[in-house]
Design a protein around this ligand. Structure first.
Ligand code: ADP
Ligand code: MG
Length: 241
């Protein structure tokens, strides 16, 4: 469903992603793992079409998104949900209005239907009776849940997460991981989760892709990944102990 063909990305004269080839299957959960500064967020921003590759192709289904105009990209993005590292909620809007934002902006859906979806999605992420609250009244974990509810309001085909549990404690991290798995199953979406946390990657992913200094050095199932004899990969497993 998602395919990167020989993708390079430079900022100025600094190449930060080198010749990335990667296919993400329909319905799978792929974790993209790597150290800080390795290029994970850049890779995610390319997939969402927020930035364009310097060379190479990015396909989502039959569409080469790296060639689309901004207006065309906006349409493609309606099928994508995004959960950013910082919850990025609108602080001046209620939780319910945050979740409803895209639906009101991009559809003529009757308000009653909007409200129904808002409630349904908040319930799906385990939040009840918060629609009228303001984001700054919520804990970090709850805000994450709200941004997930907002990301799935449109019933996207793909959900992208950038470090969804950054800044959360280990217990909350596990809860968010469970929620990502639950969402994946409930909506049957394709999920791409960027993380620097190997434990999270192992919990949620079907396959793991590891980025090291802008290079994709390994892509395999969670099971096989543990046996890869590359010291850069193994170093990440040592963080589990
Ligand atoms: P990660 O998410 O793995 O921490 P990033 O993708 O954010 O890594 O960054 C990878 C490299 O690209 C870093 O060296 C970073 O400084 C650089 N970089 C990211 N975005 C930009 C930008 N807009 N302009 C210049 N350099 C950037
Ligand atoms: Mg990042």
């Amino acid at each position: 469903m998602i395919r990167l063909v020989d993708v390079c990305k430079s900022f100025g004269d600094k190449e930060v992603l080198h010749h990335i080839n990667l296919t993400i299957e329909d319905g799978e959960t792929l974790a993209i793992i790597g150290g800080s500064g390795s290029g994970k967020s850049t890779l995610l921003r390319l997939l969402i079409g927020l930035i364009r590759p310097t060379s190479g192709e990015i396909w989502i289904g039959d569409t080469e998104i790296s060639r689309l105009s901004e207006a065309e990209l906006d349409k493609v993005r309606l099928h994508m949900g995004m959960v950013f590292q910082y919850s990025a909620l609108f602080d001046s809007m209620t939780v319910g209005d945050n979740v409803a934002f895209g639906l009101r902006e991009h559809t003529d859906m009757p308000e009653k239907e909007v409200q129904r979806i808002v409630e349904e999605k908040l319930n799906l992420v385990g939040l009840e009776n918060v629609a009228h609250r303001m984001p700054n009244e919520l804990s970090g974990g709850m805000k994450k849940r709200v941004s997930l509810a907002r990301a799935i309001a449109f019933e996207p085909e793909i959900v992208f997460y950038d470090e969804p549990s950054s800044g959360l404690d280990p217990i909350m991290t596990e809860k968010i991981d469970e929620l990502i798995s639950h969402t994946q199953q409930a909506l049957n979406v394709t999920s791409v989760v960027v993380t620097h946390d190997m434990a999270s990657a192992c919990r949620i992913a079907d396959r793991i892709a590891m980025v090291y200094e802008g290079e994709l050095i390994a892509v395999d199932t969670v099971e096989n990944f543990k046996n890869i004899r590359d010291e850069r990969v193994q170093a990440f497993f040592h963080t589990l102990r």
